[in-house]
Every structure is written in structure tokens, then in C-alpha cells.
Design a binder for this molecule. Structure first.
Ligand code: NAD
Ligand code: MG
Length: 397
């Protein structure tokens, strides 16, 4: 029993959470679920509790937690139902936990993911917003506690796989000259610019290659997702902005590449299915079956590459700017983006107002240094206030 891994899945009802449980269910001899968590989807969380019988189930929403508690009691399950942010932190840091899948979307993932880092857990990191907002604080916590950080984002997982096993954070010492971050270009890669103003949330969420949550789907449509990933790569691999090159690759078969000084370029390929990076991180340094169909190169037949269009996708340029500015700039950008995306999904602002809003929030707020978590939280709150205040203005501009 001692070689069973005890796993907490934060955001188990989401796209990454469900894919994680799909892989876990294939290996009942290796993984046991300690905790499952969600925002307010008590019905799906109940079904997941029935299947995996975790020690804890956590909902952020109190009413939803009450409903889940009743159903769990009625069905005689041993799972204990908790509620709130402190409970999310508790199940991320509990001594019985070996590994934490951090798959909450957005800034809401920061506190529980940081709790896992401070407790020295093996962290399977899908919640890229944690690194974008608080990269310095989070990476310090990882180093101090000896936590093991394994990227789930397919690009960063690919880079991790293409890097030397003993990579220590020194690109030059490892002979690495460039990180090539691939991007599909999203659903609007070739849409005439004049049509982008009328794009609906449903169109923005219809990604050509990947099935994902709504927030990251909109981020993919604006290419803010790639911008956030540039910042994520900076923190994960200690890479300056100039070393990280975005490559548009519409087939999403090469998940990213690492270029070495001797001319070698190592890539990781596979079908676009998040169960591959999830299984890789779960079993690392071993390999396990993930339920993913083998890649058929004859069916793929062709791989294309182009440079990103920064005019079509101003969010990508804003992300590079924020990374270069440093300090609280990425946290400001991330918070403004969360407000903008939520407003777009609610049909309160048009698609093209997203970059306008980010631009205006960044122009209005000063960038300051980050030494502690409170610096990040203050920047996040200020950017949300500023973005809220500008919403009606950008909606009509
Ligand atoms: P999703 O919207 O499908 O799921 C989000 C999960 O977080 C749900 O379980 C939800 O209940 C929970 N949640 C939402 N708000 C919460 C809150 N305030 N407090 C606590 N829990 C909350 O999102 P997703 O697509 O699974 O993405 C999750 C994370 O993984 C994101 O950071 C995303 O950028 C990253 N990611 C996703 C993919 C993908 O293929 N979906 C790929 C790479 C990275
Ligand atoms: Mg990605």
C-alpha cells in the first residue's frame, strides 16, 4: 500500500480535473484520491465522490456544500464535505497528500497552489495564472520547501520532456539557446480582421484542436493564453523573454521545442489530448498508459509553422511587455484579463474590447516590486477595480 500515491485534485470538475480522473481511473493500483474540489458543481462532484470515495470533498460555495453534504450522508459515503478557501488550502497541504493536481482556473487557484508549494508537495501545475501572478513568490516557496514542480500545460510539459533531466535553471550551462513555444493560433487565426468585431462567445470557445474550459478557450482565441504561457515558461525554466519564441503551428502536434547550441532541436509530439501531459506528470519519471490514441503521422501528413501576428493578437504583445516590465505588471495583466474575459463571456463587451481594456488598465496603474504575496494580491485587486471601472467605456469604443 505504501507505494500508492495520495492525490488531491483541485478543480476536479473542470476539463483538466476530469482528464486527470480519467487517467487515475486507469491505474487504481497506483493512485488514491485524497480530495476532490470544485467551485459550485455539487452534482458532478457527488458523482466523482461515488466513484473515487475521497477522504474530503471541498466546494467553494456554501449552499452547494450543504447539498453535497446531504447527498453524501444519504448514500452512506465516508467522504467529509468541507467549504471555502481555507479548506482548499487544507486539502492541498495535508500531511497525507503526496501530490496535488492544481487545476483551478484563474487567480482563485493561487492560494491553494501556493499552500501545496509551501508544504513541499509534488505539484502538477495546470493553473498557469499562479505563475503569471506570483511567479517569484511561488518559485521561492518551491525551492524553500523542496516541492517538485511538474508542468501540465502541454507546451511546458513538452519543454520539460525535451530538456536535460538534471536541468538546474541555467540555460547556458545546459547548452540551450532557445525555447520554441508552439501555438495553434486559435479559432481566429485566419478570420478577416473586419469580422472579429462580431465574434460571439460560442465562436471564441470553439477551439479547432483542444477541448478546454471557457476562460482558457477565450484566452486561446485572443492568444492571451500564449502570452500567459510565455510568462509561465519564464518562471518554470528561468528563461528571459528574448529566449522564448512563439511559433504558430496550427496542427497542434508538436507541443513545443528546445533548441540547443549545437544545432539540435528536440520536440515532443503527440495528439492534442491533455491526458498525455497529465499521465507524464503523474507517473514521472516513469511512463504509464493514458488512454490516448497513438499519433498517426501519415494522417497528420503535414506540419506548418509561421511567425505570430502581433497586430492581430495584441494580447500577445502585451504579455511580452508585462514580462519585460516585471514586478506586479504580469499580475495586473492577468487580473484585467480575467475581468475582460468574464465580461466578454457575459456578452457585456465585444471581443475586440478585451485587448483595449488590458491596454488601458496597464496604462493607468503603476508597476511595483513584488517581495511578498500581499504585493501580488494588492496589484490583483487594483487591476480588477480599474478594469471594472473601464468596462462600460471600452464596450462602446
Ligand atoms: P475549467 O473551467 O474547465 O475548470 C475549472 C475548475 O476550477 C472547475 O473544477 C471549477 O469548479 C474550479 N473553480 C473555478 N472557479 C473556482 C474558484 N473561484 N474557487 C475554486 N475552484 C474554482 O478550466 P480548465 O480548462 O480545466 O483549466 C484549469 C486550469 O488549467 C486553468 O488555469 C487553465 O489555464 C489550465 N490549463 C487548461 C488546459 C485545458 O486543456 N483545459 C490546458 C492547459 C492549461
Ligand atoms: Mg498550453
Amino acid at each position: 500500500m505504501s507505494n500508492m500515491m495520495n492525490l488531491s485534485v483541485l478543480g476536479s470538475t473542470g476539463s483538466i480535473g476530469k482528464s486527470t480522473l480519467d487517467v487515475v481511473a486507469r491505474h487504481p493500483d497506483r493512485y488514491r484520491i485524497f480530495a476532490l474540489t470544485a467551485n459550485l458543481q455539487d452534482e458532478l462532484l457527488f458523482e466523482q465522490c461515488r466513484q473515487f470515495v475521497p477522504r474530503y470533498a471541498v466546494l467553494l460555495d456554501e449552499a452547494a456544500a450543504g447539498r453535497l453534504r446531504r447527498r453524501v450522508a444519504e448514500s452512506g459515503l465516508t467522504t467529509e464535505v468541507l467549504c471555502g478557501v481555507a479548506a482548499l488550502e487544507q486539502v492541498a497541504a495535508a500531511p497525507e497528500v503526496d501530490a496535488v493536481m492544481a487545476a483551478i482556473v484563474g487567480a482563485a487557484g493561487l492560494r491553494p497552489t501556493l499552500a501545496a508549494a509551501r508544504a513541499g508537495k509534488k505539484i502538477l501545475l495546470a493553473n498557469k495564472e499562479t505563475l503569471v501572478m506570483a511567479g517569484a513568490v511561488f518559485m521561492d516557496a518551491v525551492r524553500e520547501s523542496g516541492a517538485v514542480l511538474l508542468p501540465i500545460d502541454s507546451e511546458h510539459n513538452a519543454i520539460f520532456q525535451a530538456m536535460p533531466h538534471n536541468y538546474s535553471g541555467d540555460l547556458a550551462a545546459s547548452g540551450i539557446s532557445k525555447i520554441l513555444l508552439t501555438a495553434s493560433g486559435g479559432p481566429f487565426r485566419n478570420t478577416p480582421l473586419s469580422e472579429l468585431r462580431n465574434v460571439t462567445p460560442a465562436q471564441a470557445c470553439a477551439h479547432p484542436n483542444w477541448s478546454m474550459g471557457r476562460k482558457i478557450s477565450v484566452d486561446s482565441a485572443t492568444m492571451m493564453n500564449k502570452g500567459l504561457e510565455v510568462i509561465e515558461a519564464h518562471w518554470l525554466f528561468n528563461a528571459p523573454a528574448d529566449v522564448i519564441q512563439v511559433v504558430v503551428h496550427p496542427q497542434s502536434v508538436i507541443h513545443s521545442l528546445v533548441q540547443y547550441v549545437d544545432g539540435s532541436v528536440l520536440a515532443q509530439l503527440g495528439n492534442p489530448d491533455m491526458r498525455t501531459p497529465i499521465a507524464y506528470a503523474l507517473a514521472w519519471p516513469e511512463r504509464i498508459e493514458a488512454g490516448v490514441a497513438p499519433l498517426d503521422l501519415f494522417k497528420v501528413a503535414q506540419l506548418d509553422f509561421t511567425a505570430p501576428d502581433f497586430e492581430r493578437f495584441p494580447c500577445l504583445a502585451l504579455a511580452y511587455q508585462a514580462l519585460r516590465a516585471g514586478g506586479t505588471a504580469p499580475a495586473l495583466l492577468n487580473a484585467a484579463n480575467e475581468v475582460a474575459v468574464a465580461a466578454f463571456l457575459d456578452s457585456r463587451i465585444p471581443f475586440l474590447a478585451i485587448p483595449r481594456l488590458l491596454d488601458q488598465v496597464l496604462a493607468a496603474l503603476p508597476v511595483s516590486r513584488v517581495t511578498v504575496l500581499d504585493d501580488v494580491l494588492a496589484a490583483d485587486a487594483a487591476a480588477r477595480r480599474q478594469a471594472d471601472a473601464l468596462l462600460t467605456q471600452v464596450a462602446v469604443a
